[in-house]
Structures are given as C-alpha cells and as structure tokens.
Design a protein around this ligand. Structure first.
Ligand SMILES: Nc1ncnc2c1ncn2[C@@H]1O[C@H](COP(=O)(O)OP(=O)(O)O)[C@@H](O)[C@H]1O
Ligand SMILES: [Mg+2]
Length: 282
C-alpha cells in the first residue's frame, strides 16, 4: 500500500540505555503491521541485537548459524564471498531482509543486527553514515513505515539513523537521571541540522515508559520529581510529550521472548500506539 511520498522513517532514540527503545520499536512495528494494516520495515541499529531477538525469537539463533546477511552487510555495501560465491557479490534489495510476518497486502520485515556489528564498523575504515539512508532510498519505496531501533551511545550509528530519519521518538523512564540524555540528544541534533541543512528531522515526541503500576503504585514522589524534570526539559527543547504513558508490565519482557500467554497491563500499550499513529497520520 505504498505511500505517495515513500515510507515515513522514524528512529527510536535516547542517549540512555534501558528506557525501552527496543521494546517500543518491536511493539510499534508489530502494531503497525497487524493493527494498522501498514507495510513495515524494522531496522536494528544496536549491536546488542535486542530488536532482532524480539522480532525473530527462536529463529534468530538459526539466522546467526546460517551467517545470513544483516545490517553489517548494508554498511559494507556487498555480500562477502561464501561457499556459493567465489568473490564479493552485490547486495540485492532482499538481502539482509528477514520476513517476520506477511498477511494479504501487508508485511513486517526486519534488517537484523549481529553481535559483531560494532567491531565490524569500528575496524580500520570509518563506516559511511549515509549508507543506510542510501540503502533505504534505493530499496524500500513501497514500505509505509520504517522503524529504526538505536543504540544508546552516540556514534556513527546515531548519525546513520539521523541521515535516514524524518522523525525521532524518545522513550523515557521517569526515574532519577531520566533527563540525563536530553542535552546530549538536543546538542547532537543541533549539530546534525547545522551540517545537513536540507534535511528536515524532528522529534515526534517523548513517551513515558515503565512509569507506573496500573491500579497500584503510581510511582510515588520519585516519579513526580522525574516527571517535572522531563516536562521542563521537553518544554525547553520544544519537544511534544505523548499523553498516554506505557505502564510497567511483566507482559512486555514475556512478549519480547515470544511468549504471548500472559499480557497483563502490556495490552495498555495500544493506548499509546493509537495516539502515536494518529500523530503521524497513519
Ligand atoms: N513497560 C515496561 N514494563 C516492564 N518491563 C519493561 C518495560 N519496558 C521495558 N521493559 C524491560 O526493561 C528492559 C530494558 O528495555 P529495552 O527495551 O531493552 O530498553 P533499551 O532498548 O532502551 O535499552 C528489558 O528487560 C525490557 O523487557
Ligand atoms: Mg535496546
């Protein structure tokens, strides 16, 4: 169901780990394909490969064993010699893409990461920060939505995500040090915009994750203070805050492992997802 303007590309980012970037990337990608009828591509830009594991579950092990192409080959720009090829070969549009889900006219695909991703990129030659944007531009015109899960530290990969993205989604956990990554993100965005003047990149919004136990503990004074800090910093940067929070739920880690037997409050994710998709016009 290709969009007239091509896919909307959005990176899930925060210069802080453990805030739910990978969880939210996986859930939004699934929600987009399954509930919103969208053709979705998810891209794992974190060498820890949490998004890949969350979408591929048990088949991620086989993917590693088979040494199938991944985000590493996207940055390299070719497939290495293998038993079936006598030298390097061109990277085709379907190489490095794993099918996760397909139904009628929509699908969810993934460009997975590998644990050696960071070694591979920091070796000798500096990787090309525009390689990912180029690969997307050449091969994924027909997708509706592309979701990129970012690593927490600023690196060449952050710039690769920026080059490919129109929007950023920033998950935050309302606890002490919640806003520690905000000045880093604001500064890094300012620098990127200065160096890439033709590129419109914006923060779609901040989403509060893992902040309260629905029906029980509301987070207490710690959360109240953190929320005040987050609101103040969001206002300072002119960043929107989504109204619906994502609650704490043991259902989230379970779903990431591929166990859908218990959802609990994780079903409340759809309140945020609906608000998010409405805000991006999908
Ligand atoms: N809303 C939530 N409720 C309960 N656990 C959560 C929630 N969001 C994330 N988690 C858990 O917190 C940990 C960090 O989440 P993750 O998505 O990997 O964060 P990041 O990608 O930002 O490092 C994971 O174990 C994940 O299952
Ligand atoms: Mg992650």
């Amino acid at each position: 169901m290709a969009r007239k303007d091509g896919p909307l590309v959005i990176s899930v980012i925060n210069m802080k780990g453990g805030v739910g970037k990978s969880t939210i990337s996986a859930l939004l990608a699934r929600h987009g394909a399954i509930r919103r009828n969208l053709d979705v591509l998810a891209i794992d830009l974190d060498p820890q490969a949490n998004l890949s594991q969350a979408l591929m579950h048990n088949s991620y092990g086989q993917f590693l064993t088979d040494q199938r192409a991944s985000i590493v080959e996207v940055f390299n720009g070719y497939l290495p010699p293998s038993p079936s090829s006598s030298g390097p070969s061109p990277l085709g549009p379907d190489d490095a893409v794993e099918g996760i889900f397909e139904w009628e006219d929509r699908s969810l695909d993934l460009i997975p990461a590998r644990f050696d991703f960071s070694d591979n990129l920091t070796n000798a030659i500096r990787p090309d920060a525009k390689a990912l944007a180029r690969f997307i531009a050449a091969n994924f015109k027909d997708k509706d939505l592309i979701i990129i899960d970012c690593a927490p530290t600023e690196s060449i990969l952050t710039h690769a995500a920026y080059h490919a993205s129109r929007l950023l989604l920033v998950p935050v956990k309302p606890e002490y040090f919640a806003t520690i990554g905000f000045p880093l993100l604001a500064q890094s965005l300012t620098n990127f915009r200065r160096q890439n003047r033709g590129h419109k990149i914006e923060v779609a919004g901040i989403v509060i994750n893992n902040g309260f136990y629905h029906g029980g503990n509301n987070g207490g004074p710690e959360k109240t203070q953190a929320m005040a800090d987050i609101r103040a910093d969001a206002a300072k940067n002119n960043w929107h805050m989504f109204k619906h929070e994502i609650p704490f739920s043991r259902g989230f880690p379970k779903k990431m492992r591929g166990d859908f037997s218990y959802s609990g409050n994780s079903d409340m994710f759809s309140y945020f997802a609906n608000e998010f998709f409405k805000s991006i016009g999908m």
